[in-house]
Structure formats: structure tokens, C-alpha cells
Design a protein around this ligand. Structure first.
Ligand SMILES: NC(=O)CCC(=O)C(=O)O
Length: 311
């Protein structure tokens, strides 16, 4: 893939700095790759919010000891998942205790944190919201779940987030060590167009905190992750809470990382655990060069476009 960069030239021969902007073409398959270490924390989450936060903070520090630079938490890392809980556990962002705990952990550990999701209240509305914190404790961006989880599978699962939650209205990505990472929350994973727009925006990785269940988890969790990775030729990471069989909503677990070839690189089972994985964007460029579907799309016949604002 060809990209254009602007290079600032500074002449050493003159006292006054001569600034000259030139443009270069370069191939991102030729060495301009980036690499970083990610940790996915499959946390045990229960009814006690303070304990959930303390556990998340402890595991962030442990991930740092293992060399992680970016640490991702699951959907609802601070609260049990269920429409009956959202209101009681909701906080304003960034002034609630969960934001404070994660901000402090990111700063103290010196890592970036993708803080899974938490129930967010703003005015009279509730959202399922992912926050991203840099290693100085700054809030980098916020993604509100765009597609609410409303399904009804007789004999399987019935869930209606929209009874309580309001959907977000934007697509969100952030830049980490030169790598653009797109964010989605759980059910968002099912919507290819959203992922494709993040890919078109230059994302080399998509990260989804999520909590599938025992009906759809075995059927679709890994399949969707591999589909997104293969279709869009990028890294995909899914981070689930660990399974609690006594909970009202039983999470599937099985956090995983899929590479841009669609191969599952690491996967947990249903128990608490951590994935540590080195993400190299060279692999993105390799597969995109070798199977160049991105250049072969028939955008004269079809396309996927934004119809509203980007976050
Ligand atoms: N929390 C969620 O959005 C669950 C999504 C899910 O289980 C699915 O099948 O989709």
C-alpha cells in the first residue's frame, strides 16, 4: 500500500532554520512496521464493584511486569452484565471511581489501558462505554457501544440492552505507537460495515471488549473474530470476562487474538487468565501485499461509507 508522508528538512548550514516540506511515497510493506506488546485481561467480575476495580488494577500491574505496553479489559470490567445492574453501577465519565482507578493504574504502571466497558450515565441516559487511557493517565477517547444487544433465541437467550441503554452514534479509533486501533463493543463485532470503515480509516487492529454467552459464544465468537481479521486483513483481539456460572448472565470467556491471516494466535478457556501477545503490523502489510483484495474491490459497483460523523 502506498502512503504519502511529509518530511521536515532542517538545514544544518544556516543559523536560521530552513524548513522545507517534501513529500515522499513509501511502501508500508518496506520496513515502516510497528510492534507492541498487548495484554488481554480475562477478569473475574462479580457484584462487588470495589473488588472488581481492585482486581483490575492488580492485573494491570501484573501485565506491566510481563512487558505489556497496552492492556485491555473486558466488557463491564467493574460490574456484572445485566440490564438490572446497569443503572446502579453507572458512573459519569471521567469523574467516577472506575475512571479514577484506571487513570491511576495507567499512570502508576506506565501503560495504556483500554478499559473494557463500564455503564456510563450522562444526564438521564445510560451507555455501555469503553474508555482509553494513556500512560500519563490522560483520557484518550471514548467509544459508546454502537449496536445494542437485542436478541431473542427461543430456548437459548433473550436479551434487550435497549430496555435500559442508549446506543452511541460514532465510530472510534485511536493511535498507539503509530498503530491505529479501532474499537467496538461486543455486539458491534457482528457489524461488518463498522469494522470495514475502521479498516478503511487505516486501522491495523480491531479491539473488542465483549461478553458473548453460552448460546452464541460457541457458535459465533471465534468465527466472527476470524471473519473480521480475514476479510479486513488486520489483527483482531476480543476480551471477555471470565465465566461465572452463578451469574445471571454467564459469559463465554475465550478471549483471543487473531492475526491478519485469520489464524487464532492465542486463546483462553473460560477461566480467569491473561493473554500476552506481540502485535506486529508487518504481518498486516504482508497479507495485504500477497492477497491484494484491498486494491481489487469494485468500488465502481459497491462501497461502504459513513453517513454520519466520526468520533
Ligand atoms: N454483550 C453483548 O453484546 C453480547 C453479544 C452476544 O452475545 C452476541 O451473540 O452477539
Amino acid at each position: 500500500m502506498l502512503s504519502r508522508v511529509q518530511v521536515l528538512l532542517i538545514s544544518p548550514l544556516k543559523q536560521s532554520v530552513t524548513k522545507s516540506l517534501i513529500s515522499l511515497n513509501f511502501s508500508t510493506s518496506e520496513g515502516l512496521s510497528a510492534c507492541f506488546r498487548i495484554a488481554l485481561l480475562q477478569l473475574q467480575v462479580g457484584l462487588d464493584k470495589a473488588q472488581n476495580l481492585a482486581n483490575a488494577v492488580k492485573e494491570i500491574h501484573k501485565a506491566k511486569e510481563k512487558g505489556a505496553e497496552l492492556v485491555a479489559l473486558p466488557e463491564f470490567f467493574n460490574a456484572p452484565y445485566g440490564t438490572q445492574y446497569f443503572k446502579d453501577y453507572a458512573e459519569e465519565i471521567p469523574c467516577g471511581p472506575s475512571s479514577a482507578a484506571i487513570k491511576c493504574a495507567a499512570l502508576e504502571a506506565g501503560v495504556w489501558v483500554v478499559a473494557g466497558t463500564m455503564p456510563e450515565c450522562q444526564r438521564d441516559k445510560l451507555y455501555n462505554t469503553c474508555t482509553v487511557w494513556d500512560s500519563k493517565g490522560n483520557l484518550v477517547c471514548v467509544h459508546r457501544k454502537l449496536h445494542l444487544f437485542d436478541i431473542d433465541i427461543p430456548g437459548g437467550i433473550k436479551f434487550k440492552e435497549s430496555d435500559v441503554l442508549t446506543a452511541g452514534d460514532g465510530i472510534t479509533s485511536f493511535c498507539f505507537k503509530g498503530v491505529k486501533i479501532g474499537l467496538g463493543v461486543c455486539y458491534d463485532l457482528r457489524f461488518f460495515e463498522m469494522a470495514q470503515l475502521m479498516s478503511k480509516d487505516g486501522c491495523s487492529m480491531l479491539l473488542y471488549p465483549g461478553a458473548f454467552n453460552l448460546t452464541t459464544g460457541p457458535l459465533h465468537w471465534e468465527l466472527l473474530a476470524r471473519a473480521r481479521a480475514n476479510d479486513l486483513q488486520l489483527w483482531v483481539a476480543l476480551v471477555s470476562p471470565a465465566r461465572d456460572v452463578k451469574a445471571k448472565y454467564v459469559a463465554w470467556g475465550h478471549s483471543l487474538v487473531v492475526n491478519p491471516w485469520g489464524k487464532v494466535m492465542q486463546k483462553l478457556d473460560e477461566r480467569p487468565g491473561t493473554i500476552i501477545m506481540d502485535i506486529d503490523t508487518k504481518v498486516v502489510e504482508q497479507v495485504r501485499t500477497q492477497i491484494p483484495i484491498r486494491k481489487q474491490r469494485r468500488t465502481d459497483v459497491y462501497d461502504t461509507i459513513y453517513t454520519t460523523k466520526k468520533n
